[in-house]
Design a protein around this ligand. Structure first.
Ligand code: ZN
Length: 294
């Protein structure tokens, strides 16, 4: 019986001069070993080429440093990372690359609905294909240019499944004045949050992205946090647990208290609301990938 009646794995043995089942059986122990090595090598290669989900900048940096030497020789580098909005300066500084925001959503076209230009004064939306509008998510009425609201798209050129006034739930503002790059395509602000993520705490509108931006601007904290919203004695409460970076974490209570006060004061000025801050040890909050989790 010829080996071509067997699996692809067995065919690999041909290079060892094993062409028949009889030969395979007589070389069984050797063959099993060789197949294992070949399979393992192929698995390793597959694992290496697999896309890696990095949950923080240090992981991204580690991943990049694996191919670091070759990276320097490349003229153009494209780093695909989810939600760079508030992290682009840090990415640019740590990785030595220029980071541009790309906006897209699978319901409309996937990536490519809009790009930042070299001036980085907002994301130019490709209005020739997607007509954007901003509406008030409560009244559904259009808002004035420059005002924040929910982004809505209508397909202009899509065939098959065009969408009319599709509500993205993304909150942003549009600016129609000409960009310094010369393009006349409308410019979109960075996404402030999701209309369905908005929290109303003691009558104040709070977006998790506002809290995230405060954490990211302070070097003492990791970009990992947990927001616990509750209601006690008929009053809304909000507790923020945030990881302190190892180099700032200390057993001295005074140092940790000062850090906690600093963060609470910054949150108060940005949100206009008191937040109960709890500092936690590095890597103690469960990692999640993607959008802010509550
Ligand atoms: Zn521009």
């Amino acid at each position: 019986m010829k080996l071509d009646k067997l699996s692809n794995e067995a065919r690999l043995l041909e290079q060892y001069g094993i062409n028949t089942v009889e030969e395979l059986f007589s070389y069984k122990s050797k063959a099993e070993k060789e197949i294992k090595i070949l399979t393992e090598n192929r698995k390793q290669l597959r694992n290496k080429s697999k896309r890696k989900n990095c949950s923080n900048l240090n992981e991204v940096k580690e991943e990049i440093s694996e191919i670091g030497k070759r990276l320097k020789e490349l003229r153009k580098k494209i780093l695909l990372i989810d939600d760079i909005a508030e992290r682009s300066n840090e990415i640019e500084e740590k990785l030595g690359i220029k980071a541009y925001d790309i906006y897209g959503l699978s319901e409309i076209a996937g990536p490519g609905v809009g790009y930042e230009c070299e001036c980085q004064h907002g994301t130019h939306l490709n209005e020739d294909h997607y007509f954007p509008e901003i509406i008030n998510p409560s009244t559904l009425e259009p808002v004035a240019p420059g005002e924040t609201g929910e982004l809505v798209f209508t397909h202009l050129t899509k065939e098959g499944m065009p969408l009319l006034r599709y509500r993205t739930k993304d909150l942003t503002a549009l600016h129609y004045d000409k960009c310094t790059c010369g393009r006349t395509l409308v410019r979109m602000d960075r996404i402030l949050g999701r209309s369905d993520d908005m929290l109303i705490i003691r009558g104040v509108n709070v977006f998790p992205t506002q809290i995230e931006s405060v954490i990211l601007e302070m070097p003492e904290f990791e970009p990992h946090y947990l927001l616990i919203v509750d209601r006690k004695n008929n009053t809304d409460t909000m507790e923020l647990q945030v990881e302190v970076r190892p180099e700032y974490y200390s057993d001295e209570i005074n140092k940790m208290l000062a850090l906690k006060k600093k963060l609470a004061a910054r949150l108060q000025s940005v949100l206009g609301l008191g937040v109960d801050v709890r500092l936690v040890e590095p890597r103690s909050i469960e990692r999640s990938i993607g959008k802010a989790k509550l």
